[in-house]
Design a protein around this ligand. Structure first.
Ligand code: PNW
Length: 438
């Protein structure tokens, strides 16, 4: 059985959350609306019309939540800052919002838990959306101003910063498939938004180097293992190409200052414009990549699709999200990232949605224990294969607002009763507590 002592001494175990998914208090203390408030309040956009208005009420219950982290024995906590709490109109500071994050950071440090802060986990101030959102090139400068402010405010205590969470989701789910806010459906817009997200990232890294002398800054991407869904040679080729669209697209510019050529060629052939401005800013050196790994993705060659491929279902056991459970992909992708980019890595998210049932005050989520254990093993294998992996954050600390799926999907190691806001440690949390002592 895997033990904590098998990992390097300074390896960090934590859990992760995001502001809009847990905080609630949507209209309190001067917070402004974000694109997710507007999206979730638009009929038909989220399951059952769920919104983050109340969520886990973490804004009021953060002390209790930190006590639970402490009880489990976690080393670190990754959370995100709600930009519209800090800058409700996208520009001016709301001191009460700032105060909340000061209290949160102080409480974490008081309990010996290292804060890892994500600046942007999808909740763009609506006021900035009205100015064009991620399609407006100026957004990068708005983000830089916000980032600079936060570095100055918390940089004395917070030493690990992540600029953006999964720009692929913000751009492709937000501007192409429309599953996420702001719900546009235009491929050209997604490509443009992705570029402005990367520019915003680069600007924030530059500001970080100016403001914070003894901290680390990185970018978190969703990393998918792309595999061919059948044995046709063409499907191997498209798997390689899709890997460039989803993975390399958001890593290559940051390290090499350019988008992957094969993917650019295909977009260009289809009449799409791939921007290449500010690559020097985008490629400002960073300290680490954050890896959000959940599953693999199968693709097959498909002439009827404009980009030449389509997605297919695999037959491995699946989570409640319908995502295949595939620990080997974590190992493969950690090694791939190490070889291609040669940077330290953190797993900033990994976990599963399960069919959790509260029975006599307990949640017997053995499937989640098994999922985590298998992924821990693959992380350790990667370390032993030479990957500079520094930490592992489980998604998520507690059940929360799972975006378009509302509260129907439970990813937490802590169960949340949304009627009472009571928190209950699932068996996976109890298992983790023992693991962390081992
Ligand atoms: C991540 N995909 O999102 C996010 O960072 C979290 O906020 C979210 O709750 C968690 O994963 C679980 O969904 C993803 O389509 C969204 O492959 C979509 C994908 C992956 C991750």
């Amino acid at each position: 059985m895997i033990r904590r002592s098998d990992f390097p001494k300074d390896f960090i175990f934590g859990t992760a959350t995001a502001a809009y998914q847990i905080e609630g208090a949507a209209n309190e203390d001067g917070r402004g609306p974000s694109i997710w408030d507007v999206f979730s309040h638009t009929p038909g956009k989220t399951l059952n019309g769920d919104t983050g208005d109340v969520a886990c009420d973490h804004y009021h219950r953060y002390k209790e939540d930190i006590q639970l982290m402490k009880e489990i024995g976690l080393d670190a906590y990754r959370f995100s800052i709600s930009w519209p709490r800090i800058m409700p109109d996208g520009k001016n500071i709301n001191q009460k919002g700032v105060d909340f994050y000061n209290r949160l950071v102080d409480e974490l440090l008081k309990n010996d838990i290292k804060p890892f802060v994500t600046l942007y986990h999808w909740d763009l101030p609506y006021a900035l959306y009205e100015k064009g959102g991620w399609l407006n090139p100026d957004i990068a400068l708005y983000f830089r101003a916000y980032a600079t402010f936060m570095f100055n405010e918390l940089g004395d205590r917070v030493k690990h910063w992540i600029t953006l969470n999964e720009p692929w989701c913000s751009s492709f789910l937000g501007y192409y498939t429309g599953e996420h806010a702001p719900g546009h459906q235009n491929l050209q817009e997604a490509i443009t938004a992705a570029h402005n997200l990367l520019r915003a990232h680069g600007h924030a890294v530059q500001a970080f180097r100016e403001e914070v002398k003894d901290g680390k800054v990185g970018l978190t991407n969703v990393v998918m293992k792309i595999e061919p869904g059948d044995a046709k040679p063409e499907s191997f080729l498209v798997a390689n190409l899709v890997d460039k669209f989803v993975n390399a697209w958001f890593h290559d510019p940051v390290v090499f200052g350019k988008y992957p050529e094969e993917a650019v060629a295909l977009y260009t052939e289809k009449g799409l414009q791939v921007p290449d401005s500010d690559m020097n800013i985008i490629s400002t050196p960073i300290d680490f990549f954050g890896v959000n790994y959940y599953t693999r993705t199968l693709v097959v060659f498909d002439m009827n699709n404009p980009l030449g491929f389509s997605y297919v279902q695999g037959d491995l056991p699946k989570t409640e999200m319908g995502w295949e459970i595939y620990p080997q992909g974590l190992f493969d992708m950690l090694v791939y990232l190490k070889e291609r980019y040669k940077l330290p890595l953190y797993i900033t998210e990994n976990g599963m949605a399960g069919p959790d049932k509260l029975e006599n005050g307990r949640v017997h989520d053995n499937y989640r224990i098994e999922y985590l254990e298998k992924h821990f093993e693959k992380a350790l294998e990667a370390i032993n294969a030479g990957v500079d992996l520094k930490g592992y954050f489980i998604w998520s600390l507690m059940d929360n607002f799972e975006w378009a799926y509302g509260y129907s999907k439970r990813f937490g190691i802590i169960y949340v009763d949304y009627n009472t806001q009571k928190r209950i440690l699932k068996d996976s949390a109890l298992w983790l507590k023992e693991f962390l002592k081992s």
